[in-house]
Design a binder for this molecule. Sequence first.
Ligand code: DP6
Length: 371
Amino acid sequence: MFQAVNEYSRDDLWKKIDKEFPEGQLVCEMPSNIAIVKYWGKRDIQLPQNPSLSFTLSEAKTKTAISWQITKNPGDGGIGVDLLYENKKNIQFEERLRTYFSSIRELCPFIDLVDFKIATENTFPHSAGIASSASGFASIAVALMSLFKKFTGIQLSDTEFYEQASRLARLGSGSASRSVFSSFAFWGRHKAMNIGSDEYAMPIDDVDPVFSTMRDAILIVDSSPKEISSSKGHRLMQEHPFAQVRYDQAGKNFEQLYRTLQNGDLESFIQICESEAMTLHALMATASPSYTLMRPNTLEIISRIKSFRKHSGHPVCFTMDAGPNVHLLFPEAVEHEVIGFIESELVPFLENGQWINDRVGSGSREFLSYA
Ligand code: DP6
């Protein structure tokens, strides 16, 4: 489909945009996701070392407004991007975005034919272990795909649209590839199962209702920016002594979880979910240099979740991203009891008592609008 665009010369495409859509604005809102089987380690151009599997959230989102204006100098090779992050100029993010836009020139042939002003804001604390890069790049990628359709006039099926949006999102941030799908999704080729692609994520549709209605209480232990970014963490996997063992384990966990999602086995889900979270943080602790993102309160919360599960018999479990915060996952049937547990036992260990009452995203959402 992208080859079709090459039928336009750049000059023709510039003239078409200049005539039909010389300026405009669109807003795109996309949620974050939480991985159950983690992506940790990459190769080449943002390709994962193992398949990962996540669900997209409902509440933790990034809203991105993109204004564009036809560029006056289409041949100068520059990329025009101005970025406001949470209403403030952010040079670091702006640079990252400019590099990203240069890297997707082939996929988005209009990228240097218009100048962009981008304003982005989150509904959750920045760099707190809630993947803001996932929702951020997913919202930009979906917006760019929408502009792609508008500017070129090429019709795309929903499957084509989201596959390409996921590919674009992945090039910005690996985990963002999964956020373009509204519920369970996986990213990465699983050779033995003969499914998936390293280049883009795919949705998982036939998920047992106990999982498709799952709740996620995001417990904010510390919202300050991380000392070590995920990108650095991925790089440390290149020389990591346990790397190969980890990639093999992730493949096995992925296969088991994929089946578990269909058969509704909560016990198996809990076992894989917690093992993946602890493995991620163990990989950080055993990297060189070694580092730890968990805080004392993270460990206290984990211990309380385990003992609540043991004593109440409720199927609750935890996971974590690359940060100190804890995602407490549970089926909606025990929501009342679990919220009581959070309020009475966990809130004292949270930063300003803060937690986000989130859940698996649902299939229907209005996320894109043109001004
Ligand atoms: C621990 O997607 O943030 O959240 O590709 O370098 O942007 P980059 O990394 P990123 O890594 C996320 C890692 C993780 C696990 C996961 O979401 O699968």
